[in-house]
Write a protein that binds this ligand. Structure first.
Ligand code: M6R
Length: 651
């Protein structure tokens, strides 16, 4: 994870960098930092543990904050080394003449660091990243740096827990030679030479005090986008950080190294061979990523679901036909089995996809946790369609599973919200969610967007395989068109959901149970509560409780049950009786009109009655609101929960 930004141009870079970091803070918020190269030729760094607001306060308190028209910045999600100021990015070389920000993990950092130490380098941090700046230093200067160069002084000061590093030097190039017109391309070559020694994942931006108006950016397995302007260029981990300045973007590919100068960008591979990359124009609006009067992005995004669902379905329900032209890139007749691969909330969407694919398309379906599959030896081949579900399209484990599937000859289909994300570039076909940007770290509208796309996919595969006839497609199309209204009704039940959440927010643990389609919903409900309220929760298939977890139940542990109409409804009611007999408090989500269930439950939260396959849309919405209000009642950081990040780009 981590968010990185860079700017070269004529304008003052600091506000541009800070604005970009604010839009990327969902990627990590353990610490933040910026480095700017002033028009006086001086490089200045400011970094601070904690959220971006603390860095902003530090900068505001400075008489002379860093300034200049070239700069880079970083917001961190810690992997190697605790989230302290010293471990915050940017990292610098011994002389403070090179600075670098990085997202990813350098897997061979330990042997590299030992070798660099043996050659005289000094390390200040516990990060894997710091080896990068020393490798580039060697490649650029052609020597091992000393702590103070012959032609200047290095000044490091510590201000409370904030660190500043400044270096004051004249312009000098590699091995003390003057910088020539080819300085920027030689610098890019030095970065490439350093990166050829590295194993692992990176998106990085580096700048040298010797080269005003120049950045070098590189990508391998972590996302990085260039924003193309007139006389100015930007770099960022994600498109929303660029949209205030430009809509023309260039998506870097794995192995790309970009020389970014005011006048334009040049992309090569690691060997220095030029790479042609097409610029895209982004059509969605930056305003879609604003809070719009809501207290939290999460709450706004829950409310957006009915509209987002309509957007997902738009153009895909063509009369009574399902229209997914993207599938033309796949040889679906050759498919004999399906493997759905994902993590977290996307995995639960995948579990629901399995139920629909088996029911409607009559294909055997396996659902695999990406972080497990990637190190397993799965039986995959050209007859196995691998469906990768990932809202971000950048989840490292899912991308690795995709590489494994491709290596085994399996066709891959990406289901994602992120246009141009890594997963789409390696996939044979992509189905986009079309739900707009999701800024809250926890998934809400992307989950229901995934369900909508996977529902269409299952029905379309069923139709093609002759198991889901035209009348059934027409019924489903009618029910899907009515779904946004049903979700609006579910959201309208918020007062009762909120009352339940506020009443139970002081409990230390909760169970969420359901059967059939409500089993993955129970898992998602438990994950949502854990993520944003930090209340311990377990999701269980209701029939499994008696095989162990029922021992946990007592009056202090509430049980939240999804009891909407289903073939297993009566079985579920028996499970609720068992729970009741142990004195546990019951909150039940039930179909409108089910008044009988009230005899078992302390609280009943009613939702519109839907066909079983579509119940997860409304039931998950109730679970989202429940988790949201529990978290607000506890004063949690709902949009940026501790220890989480929106895109998990490390394994
Ligand atoms: O971007 P992805 O869908 O691949 O992300 C997968 C998980 O990291 C994600 O769903 C995570 O569980 C979220 N925090 C859920 O709210």
């Amino acid at each position: 994870m981590c968010g990185i930004v860079g700017y070269v141009g004529e304008r003052e870079a600091l506000p541009i960098l800070m604005d970009g970091l604010a839009r990327l803070e969902y990627r990590g918020y353990d610490s933040a930092g910026v480095a700017l190269l002033g028009s006086d030729g001086r490089l200045r760094v400011a970094k601070q543990e904690g959220k971006l607001a603390r860095l902003r306060a530090q900068l505001d308190a400075r008489a002379e904050p860093p300034s200049g028209p070239t700069g880079l910045g970083h917001t961190r999600w810690a992997t190697h080394g605790p989230p302290t100021t010293i471990n915050a990015h940017p990292h610098h070389d011994e002389d403070g003449r090179l600075v670098l920000v990085h997202n990813g993990i350098i897997e061979n950092y330990a042997p590299l660091r030992e070798a660099l130490r043996a050659r005289g380098h000094r390390f200040d941090t516990e990060t894997d990243t710091e080896v990068l700046v020393h490798l580039i230093e060697e490649a650029w200067y052609g020597r091992v740096a000393t702590t103070a160069g012959a032609d200047g002084t290095t000044d490091r000061t510590t201000d409370g827990d904030a660190t500043s590093v400044t270096a004051d030097r004249g312009l000098r190039g590699p091995a003390g030679s003057p910088i020539g017109a080819d300085g920027p391309s030689r610098f890019a070559a030095a970065v490439r030479a350093a990166l050829r020694q590295v194993e692992g994942a990176y998106a990085l931006v580096v700048m040298s005090e010797d080269l005003p108006g120049t950045l070098v950016a590189a990508r391998h397995f972590s996302p990085l986008v260039l924003g193309l302007g007139e006389g100015e260029q930007l770099v960022a981990s994600d498109i929303p950080a660029l949209l205030s300045h430009t809509r023309r973007v260039l998506l870097l590919e794995d192995g790309d190294v970009a020389l970014v100068e005011r006048a334009g960008v040049t992309v090569t591979d690691l060997a220095g061979q030029p790479q042609a990359r097409e610029a895209l124009t982004v059509t969605w609006d930056a305003a879609a990523a604003e809070k719009g009067g809501y207290a939290h992005f999460v709450r706004k995004e829950i409310d957006e679901q009915p509209g987002a669902l309509a957007d997902t379905l738009r153009g895909r329900l063509d009369g009574d036909r399902i229209h997914l032209p993207e599938l033309a890139a796949l040889d679906l007749d050759a498919i004999r089995r399906i493997c759905v691969v994902a993590c977290g909330t996307s995995l639960y969407a995948g579990m629901l996809a399995r139920l629909m694919l088996e029911r409607w398309a009559r294909l055997p379906v396996e659902v695999a946790i990406a972080s497990e599959l990637r190190y397993g030896d799965p039986v995959l081949g050209p007859e196995s369609l691998v469906i990768l579900v990932s809202q971000s399209g950048e989840t490292a484990d899912t991308l690795a599973a995709q590489r494994l599937a491709r290596a085994k000859g399996a066709p891959t289909l990406a289901v994602t919200n992120s246009v141009g994300s890594s997963i789409t570039r390696a996939a044979d076909a992509t189905l986009y969610l079309q739900v707009g940007p999701e800024i809250g770290v926890v998934a809400t509208k992307t989950f229901t967007g995934q369900l909508a796309v996977l529902t269409l996919l299952a029905a379309e595969l069923g139709r093609r395989r002759g198991h889901f006839d035209a009348a059934r497609v027409a019924d489903l199309a009618r029910d899907l068109r009515a779904l946004p209204e049903a979700m609006t009704l579910a959201i309208a039940g918020e007062p009762a959901i909120r009352a339940a959440a506020e009443a139970l927010a002081d409990r230390r643990s909760m169970f969420f149970i359901g059967r059939g389609f409500n089993h993955p919903v129970a898992l998602e409900a438990a994950l949502k509560l854990k993520e944003i309220s930090y209340i311990h929760a377990e999701g269980y298939p209701a029939g499994e409780l008696k095989h162990g977890p029922i021992a946990m139940l007592d009056p202090s542990i509430p049980v939240f049950a999804f009891a909407t109409p289903a073939p297993t409804y009566d079985k579920l009611v028996s499970n609720l009786e068992e729970v009741r007999a142990r004195g546990a408090e019951l909150v039940v989500v039930a179909g409108a009109g089910d008044t009988d269930i009230a005899r078992l439950a302390e609280r009943v939260l009613y939702v519109p009655v839907l066909r079983e396959e579509l119940e997860p849309f409304v039931n998950a919405t109730v679970a989202q609101l429940f988790a949201y209000h529990a978290a607000v009642a506890l004063g949690r950081d709902v949009d940026q929960p501790r220890n989480l990040a929106k895109s998990v780009t490390v394994e």
